[in-house]
Design a protein around this ligand. Sequence first.
Ligand code: SF4
Length: 353
Amino acid sequence: MGVGKLIGIAGTALKSNVVKLGRPYKLNFCITYNCQSRCRTCNIWQMRPKGELTIEEIRKLAAANPYFKWIELTGGEPFLRSDIAEIAKAFKEHSDGLYILTMPTNSLCDHSMVESKLRQILDLGIPRVAITVSLDGYKELHDMIRGIPGNYEKAIDMFKRLKELRKSYSNLYFVFGYTLSKLNMGKFEETFQAVKRDIPDIKYNDFHINLAQISTNYYNNGGMDITPNDPVVVKEISDFIDHREPTASAITLIENAFLRRLLEYAKTGVTPMPSRSLEASVYLDSFGNVFPSIMWDMKIGNVRDTNFSLEQILKGEQAKRAIDEKRKGKEPQHWTSCEAYQSLTGSVISILS
Ligand code: SF4
């Protein structure tokens, strides 16, 4: 079953090399803006969200849009939604070709509760469930950036729990997600060595690196001076690429291609490849608002106005205007993993080059 779905998502990605896709295959869905962290790179935690989509509405959404192959359930802290397993189940029930479900966590929820929810999600039989455990530095650095004393230990503990859980679930994947910003530039190697003391068999491949970026419709961090534009960061990404071990997996190939473009982006601040927003992916926030991507604050509709049909919004006038803006090169510059993988899989040559 997993192989069939892998062929499905790979086929869609490959198809996007030669023709325009009729509808997106990836949904970036912020299921809640609630967050108990206090990050200095993001203002989501300052929001007091009211009127977020209910589980009944999300079930209607999943039923009305049964074509996603990759769903990212993000936040806020997604595990603050007590119905997260129900949300995953709703998409699994309706999207036959669903191959991968990805979720980040700040490790601040009760770990037994997270493990219990995760077991429910893993038991759904989605071929790939991937968790990104946020970790932005060694103990003092991570806790300073995240504004929560003790957060480092919790991230380490979460990673260890996932390692244990993996023994029972071959469909579970996980990495540390390291966001490079002005607050931690030049500190990755020190962080890696600190983590190695706590998790001796940790590998560079167990980390995913992102660059802190500005997004007014997602991180709510407009005006923050966090994106590093410094040779130190370029070298840091370059060293990280050199340290990564080659593997035969397609995910490693794509991740390496992502990092090579991240290096370009860190040097130039210019999106290194054409964006696939709207075509391969779309961003839905927890209030039902739809945007081309997490990085583009251009609302194109709300699913509460279309009986939860995303396709209706994607065919609407505002979406057409966004496509026109894209053609004119007016989409904001960005390179984040939420959006970049679709660009990469839309160009096989870029993965191999
Ligand atoms: S980066 Fe993540 S953990 Fe930090 S405030 Fe934003 S949503 Fe919360």
